[in-house]
Design a protein around this ligand. Structure first.
Ligand code: NAD
Length: 250
C-alpha cells in the first residue's frame, strides 16, 4: 500500500468503520497520518478494530446513525477526542433483503432508507457547522454503482444510494464556499459481511456486470476515499468517483 496521500495531523469520523470498507478506510487514514473516530452501532467489533489498529490513533464511539439525537451526542464525543473534524466519511450502510418490488417489505424499505440515506444526512447536518466554522472540510459519501445503474431486486438499496449521490451533489454546491469538498464513491460489489444479506443469485448478477471481471477490493475503495478526503482534493466537489470496474462510464 502506498501512503503518498498526506493526512498528517488530520482528524476524521468514519461511520461503519468497524469492518469491511469502513475498516479499510480507517486503516488507510491512520497509515496516512490521520486520527480517526469510528462511528459504529456494533460496539464489540468497533472496539476490536480500534485495538488492532491502535488506540493512540483510533477511538470507537457507539452510535446508531438513524437517530439524529444519537449522532449529535456522538459528534460531541468525537470533538472532545479529536478537537476538530476535518474529514467525515459516511460509509455505514446495509444492503437490505433481495425481493421483487411487489414483495418488498415496507419495514425493510424504511430501514434501508434510514441507515443509508438518513444516516449520511444526519451526520452531514451535525458536522457541517463545525467545518464551516473552521473553513475546511472533506466529506466523502459511500454510495454504490446500484445508485447509478439500479440493481434488480434491490429497489430500496438502489434508491437509497441514488439519494446519496444527489445529497452529495447538493451539498457540494452548498458548502463549496467554505473549502468543504463533498464527494462520493460508487463501488461495485466488494466481498464483505454485507454479502451475508444478499442472495447468491444477486451476488452472481453483480459480478457478471463488472467488466474488470472481479470484485473491487476494500483497499481499492479506501485509496480513492483517501484522495477525496485529502487537501489535494482541493477543487473537485459534488462529484462521483466511479469504482464500478468499467460498468458505468460516467
Ligand atoms: P459491512 O456490513 O461490512 O459494514 C457496514 C458497517 O456499518 C458495519 O460495521 C455495521 O455495524 C455498520 N452499521 C450498519 N448500520 C449502522 C447504523 N445504523 N449505525 C452505525 N453503524 C452501522 O458493509 P461494507 O460492504 O463494508 O459496506 C460499507 C458501505 O459500502 C455501505 O454503505 C455499502 O452500501 C457500501 N457499498 C458496499 C459494497 C459491497 O459490495 N460491499 C458495494 C458498494 C457500496
Amino acid at each position: 500500500m502506498s501512503n503518498a496521500i498526506d493526512l498528517q495531523g488530520r482528524t476524521a469520523i468514519v461511520t461503519g468503520g468497524a469492518q469491511g470498507i469502513g475498516r479499510a478506510v480507517v486503516e488507510r487514514f491512520v497509515a496516512s497520518g490521520a486520527k480517526v473516530v469510528i462511528f459504529d452501532r456494533d460496539a464489540p467489533l468497533a472496539a476490536a478494530a480500534a485495538d488492532a489498529i491502535g488506540r493512540v490513533m483510533v477511538t470507537p464511539v457507539t452510535v446508531d446513525v438513524t437517530s439524529l439525537g444519537d449522532v449529535e451526542r456522538a459528534v460531541a464525543e468525537a470533538l472532545a477526542v479529536l478537537g476538530r473534524i476535518d474529514i467525515l466519511v459516511n460509509n455505514a450502510g446495509i444492503a437490505g433483503p433481495n425481493h421483487t418490488v411487489w414483495d418488498y417489505p415496507e419495514a425493510a424499505w424504511r430501514q434501508v432508507m434510514a441507515i443509508n440515506l438518513d444516516g449520511p444526512f444526519f451526520c452531514c447536518r451535525t458536522v457541517a457547522p463545525h467545518m464551516i466554522a473552521q473553513n475546511y472540510g472533506r466529506i466523502v459519501n459511500v454510495a454504490s454503482i446500484a445508485g447509478k445503474e439500479g440493481n434488480p431486486n434491490a429497489s430500496a438499496y438502489s434508491a437509497s444510494k441514488a439519494g446519496v449521490i444527489a445529497l452529495t451533489k447538493s451539498l457540494g454546491k452548498e458548502l463549496a464556499g467554505y473549502d468543504i469538498a463533498v464527494n462520493c464513491v460508487t463501488p461495485a460489489a466488494a466481498k464483505t459481511a454485507i454479502f451475508d444479506q444478499m442472495s447468491q443469485q444477486h451476488i452472481d448478477y453483480m459480478l457478471s456486470k463488472i467488466p474488470r471481471g472481479r470484485f473491487v477490493q476494500v483497499d481499492e475503495v479506501a485509496a480513492t476515499i483517501a484522495f477525496a478526503a485529502s487537501q489535494d482534493c482541493s477543487f473537485t466537489t459534488g462529484a462521483v468517483f466511479d469504482l464500478s470496474g468499467g460498468r458505468a462510464t460516467y
